[in-house]
Ligand binder design. Structure first.
Ligand code: IPM
Ligand code: MG
Length: 371
């Protein structure tokens, strides 16, 4: 029996999570294990009602779950950043989910915008660092009259800006990225281990030619780790270049490892390469703690309640969750069922089909039962 915490969240979150649960319940029946769902009321509604984002009590209960199944958060009534930072990022940081694992895999029957590429060409994993870099939340904004702070920042970083001391019309802002040796090492090691089990090719993505301190350290640790994995070939790419190669030669990649912010950006590109955001799942993994699985898309409030949201990314995230629990056969069966459903034309309208969100969930659940 696995206890799974569920955070449906906002917008289309509840609809897609309902389909994911349906499929995972079918998998549990078919492969003889149990799932006990524990729901958590987190997101915009609760925030607007009570002012609470994530309480100590939520965190204590969530830590008693084997894993967390997460829908999406974000709501037009709440200022951007509040829910993202207060819930999603807070969970990733609290549970120290330092690996953000995002498969970029073109399933059979899915259209890709890359001309001439097939499922044989598009099958790699992005390992995004998930706790450091520009996501650490260190930064500030100063106006002209805040003289003292301004001087400190200007001296410290030898910046050339000048602001009118008498006026608040002008302003500066800065934000700091942090990479630690240990923080880089643990995620790089995860990526090297993953590459050892796959096609033994690792691509590290950074911008060490400009952000020489943070990504210089990243690159150095990558080179150190590489020595322990002589069977894995390593390449270094700059983030600007990687966006070209993802589009032109996706077949070059097996495991791509990258600091947090570049990982955020290139996985949206990866999502398009594999057929759209509706088909892009992710896992926030702490190999020795509580991990969390989610579609990488957002809450799409304008589609809320219409029954047209694509649940495949969430169902696929559910497959990753099962894999994480050690239910490998069931996990594979779920992914196969997604592919069969697509091949049978049972898809939502973003993929050219005419099934509803729950129509897709029903079909995938049935295919899992028959697997
Ligand atoms: C993602 C999202 C989040 C991120 C946002 C919603 C905080 O874009 O999971 O990729 O930046 O990590
Ligand atoms: Mg993102």
């Amino acid at each position: 029996m696995h206890r799974i915490g569920v955070i449906s969240g906002d917008g289309i979150g509840p609809e897609i999570i309902a389909e994911g649960r349906k499929v995972l319940d079918a998998a549990a029946d078919r492969y003889h294990f149990g799932i006990e769902w524990q729901e958590f009321d987190l997101g915009a509604e609760r925030y607007l009602r009570t002012g609470q984002l994530l309480t100590e009590e939520d965190l204590t209960s969530l830590s008693q779950c084997r894993a967390i199944y997460f829908g999406a958060i974000g709501d037009e009534r709440v200022k951007p950043g509040v829910l993202e930072k207060g819930i999603l990022l807070a969970l990733r940081f609290y549970f120290d989910q330092y690996v953000n694992l995002r498969p970029v895999k073109l399933l059979q029957g899915v259209w890709t915008p890359l001309a001439g590429k097939t499922p044989a060409d598009i099958d790699f994993m992005v390992v995004r660092e998930n706790t450091e870099d520009f996501y650490v939340g260190i930064g500030s904004r100063f106006r002209g009259r805040e003289r003292k702070e301004l001087e400190v920042v200007r001296e410290l970083y030898q910046l050339r800006f000048s602001l009118d001391a008498e006026s608040d019309a002008e302003e500066i802002a800065y934000q700091i990225g942090v990479i630690s040796r240990e923080g880089a090492r643990r995620v790089l090691r995860y990526a090297f281990d993953l590459a050892s089990r796959r096609r033994r090719k690792l691509t590290s993505v950074d911008k060490a030619n400009v952000l020489t301190d943070v990504y210089g350290l990243w690159r150095e640790v990558c080179a150190e780790e590489a020595r322990s994995y002589p069977g894995v070939s390593v390449e270094y790419n700059f983030v600007d270049a990687i966006t070209m190669w993802f589009v032109k030669n996706p077949e070059w990649f097996d495991v791509v490892v990258t600091p947090n912010m570049f990982g955020d950006i290139i996985t949206d590109l990866g999502a398009m390469v594999q057929g759209g955001l509706g088909l892009a799942p992710g896992g926030n993994i702490n190999p020795t703690g509580t991990s969390m699985f989610e579609p990488i898309h957002g809450s799409a409030p304008k589609y809320r309640g219409m029954g047209i949201a694509n649940p495949f990314a969430t169902i696929w995230a559910g497959s990753m969750l099962l894999d994480h629990l050690g239910e490998h056969v069931a996990a594979a069966a779920v992914l196969t069922a997604i592919e069969q459903s697509i091949l049978a034309g049972i898809t939502t309208r973003d993929m050219g089909g005419n099934s509803s969100t729950s129509g897709v969930g029903d079909a995938v659940a049935r295919l899992v039962s028959l697997s």
